[in-house]
Ligand binder design. Sequence first.
Ligand code: ADP
Length: 357
Amino acid sequence: MTNPTLTVLLVEDDELDRERVHRMVGGVWRVVDAGTGQAAADSLARERPDCVLLDFLLPDAEGTGLIPAFVESGVPVVMMTGHGDEQVAVEAMKLGASDYLPKRDLDGDVLRRAVDSAVRTAALTQQVFEQQEELKMFASMASHDLKAPLRSLVGFAQLLALDLEAGKHEKVLEHCQRIRDSGTRMARLIDDLLEYTRTGRSAVVFEPVDLDVVVAEVVARCEALIGECDGRVCVDPLPQVRGDRTGLCQLLQNLVVNGLKYRRDGDYPVVRVSAVQEGDRWCVCVRDNGIGIAADSLEKVFRPFQRLNTRARYDGSGLGLALCKKVADQHGGRIWVESVEGQGSGFFFTLPSNAER
Ligand code: ADP
């Protein structure tokens, strides 16, 4: 299958060869012509092609000399060589071309297959690159966040030693407590990290899930927290959806816990869970009357390790909403938040209805 929205930059100065290519694939892709190296460089910026078909001999340059610029811009190159140009083919591949095609063997099928495969490989390479970058960022943020409790653990242990040396026994208990707090925090961070990295790694089996049963279970688990803050969780009638029960339970629990946790001083938290049908999907909403989120942070909160409030006021790892996003992604759904600072937030996510397969 070829892609009708593909733009192919044909860098070829020979009119006959150009026409041949147009006849073979002009109806399948958008083919943009460039007769010189300079014109090709201009078109690269202007047309943002998905692939380049490159002739070896151009009036102002050798085709191979252009390959690095294309490859650097992430555009795959298929080199077209003349008879007996094996050396050129080898050089082109060394410079990063995806493929080479001897002109004499050129036909529509060969050309389509070469370009399709080059475009697919380039997309996968880009995806791997982005995933690696994300992983690097994740690792650096994880180590940064893990080091914080570790630092205070070491610091308070040093203070404890000084207390004992100086005979300040009244401080010993306080510093022991701080060491315990840091240890507990570190353990929780590691648990959250493990839960986050495990989620979405293995393929999940979708099954019919009664959301009202899931939310009842979530509320039961939050009983202690609800009692602690004199909160309320109201649940409207919820549908049956198709999904991963465990993931949906984690998602809803994180949203309900946040709704109770990020409450305004002196206010009793009220969290409401509801759902509306939108075509063949359900849109579930978890709304609270809490502190709300500033407009410029509405997207940020779904990224790992993003915390908007100081730890002294609201403790957390900053991984809960990132995990919610993973679960929503896994269900082919969307997750977002609507909020007015100081007036509460509504977290929304979409799920396939049980009828959708
Ligand atoms: P955390 O472990 O810090 O709660 P989350 O990923 O669950 O991490 O949330 C990320 C940040 O988004 C929180 O630190 C908080 O600042 C903000 N946030 C999440 N839920 C709410 C909410 N219901 N109301 C206000 N702010 C929230």
